[in-house]
Design a protein around this ligand. Structure first.
Ligand code: M6R
Length: 359
């Protein structure tokens, strides 16, 4: 049950540090080696391209994992929207390996693709939170997130858990390939830091509640912007806000704004900027100034060291491959607070079901 929590979503947001630590216990061996099925490692090593197939938040988690997967497996990663790929797959590489990301393991759109993949005889891995689920049974391999039941329709701990699970796979493959950057990537330490970063963010819910009250209570639309990893987080952050608060929101590559979208900025339009990557921080700051000069209400979520204004929301620093996890947490709370303050049913938004079992 949800205990003393008003909504499951809040409970599940709060569980994320524990999910990170549980994943460490599951996938990190005492000898410093990853406890990832060697068959899965081998299948990835034999592949020339990894295809991540998923829907909604799981699709966004695929993007949040892409940089790390590519760096550590040295294999290109391509993302596929399940509902589109079910009707026709693009030209595939010679040795594809398919990774299905699905909290429920029951998403019909993803299953459509898996059926095709099985017909074609390609190997596959399902990363899911539900043991014995359809996508788990029908794929060649399974890795479990083990995040515990996710009840709220809005997915939170599955997103962060999926990325962390794929971190173990990435590291295992990189190590097996003798890659120095894989050996240097101390995943136990880095995920512990992620857990601490999440805890620090969770202790600042009041601050987020106040920003929401000031900026998001009545607006009909909003934007999340970011570059590189923060762009991927912006896509997930905006899905979450739309889903449970009914605020129309777009997650945008910050540099794309000036190519059209900036015409939508009016007085008071909330623009939430995600800034975790020092190499592009100045550019995104520039975009914040552009929208502010057109009347927008800017809210900056910055990683520690990149904050500038006293009201920037600061997220403590984690490894660059893992910032999708740390940076998404405040956006989960932004969505949650907006929904609560608007008096909506956070756990059961209109028109939605937890698992989408129709195509
Ligand atoms: O169970 P799955 O991860 O396959 O579900 C995929 C999407 O339906 C799901 O992530 C959906 O987008 C969530 N309600 C978003 O919070």
């Amino acid at each position: 049950g949800k205990g003393t929590y008003p909504f499951y979503m809040l409970k599940e947001i709060d569980e994320q540090p524990a999910v990170m630590r549980k994943l460490i216990a599951t996938y990190a061996g005492e000898n410093g080696l990853m406890k990832v099925d060697p068959e899965i490692v081998k299948a990835v090593q034999e592949s020339d391209r990894l295809y991540i197939i998923a829907a909604g938040t799981s699709y966004n988690a695929g993007y949040g994992s892409k940089m790390m997967l590519e760096a550590l497996t040295e294999t290109p990663v391509e993302l596929g929207v399940a509902s589109e790929w079910g009707y026709g797959m693009p030209l595939l590489s010679k040795k594809p390996f398919f990774i299905f990301l699905s909290q429920s393991g029951e998403t019909a759109d993803s299953r459509q693709v898996l059926l095709k993949v099985n017909e074609l005889g390609y190997p596959s891995l399902t990363v899911t939170n539900v043991p014995g689920s359809t996508l788990s049974r029908e794929a060649t391999y399974t890795m479990l997130i083990g995040a515990g039941p996710e009840i709220a329709v809005a997915s939170t701990k599955a997103y962060t858990g999926q990325i962390a699970t794929l971190a173990f796979l990435s590291k295992a493959v990189g190590e097996s390939n003798g890659l120095q950057i894989a050996k240097d990537f101390d995943l136990v330490k880095e995920l512990s830091l992620v857990a601490q970063s999440i805890e620090a963010t969770l202790s600042e819910k009041e601050k987020i509640a106040k920003i929401v009250e000031k900026n998001l209570l009545t607006t009909r639309n909003a934007f999340y912007i970011g570059r590189k990893m923060d762009y991927f987080v912006a896509m997930e952050a905006s899905l979450k806000l739309k889903e449970i608060s009914y605020v129309q929101c777009e997650g945008f590559a910050a540099g794309e704004l000036k190519h059209g979208t900036i015409s939508l900025i009016e007085k008071g339009t909330p623009v939430l900027a995600l800034i975790s990557d020092p190499s592009v921080a100045a550019h995104t700051r520039g975009n914040v100034m552009e929208v502010v000069s057109r009347g927008a209400s800017a809210i900056v979520i910055a990683q520690k060291g990149l904050e500038q204004e006293s009201d920037d929301f600061v997220v403590s620093k984690v490894h660059p491959w893992l910032t999708a996890i740390s940076m998404v947490v405040p956006t989960q709370i932004f969505a949650y607070e907006t929904s609560v303050q608007r008096g909506l049913d956070v756990d059961k938004p209109r028109n939605l079901a937890k698992a989408v079992t129709v195509e």
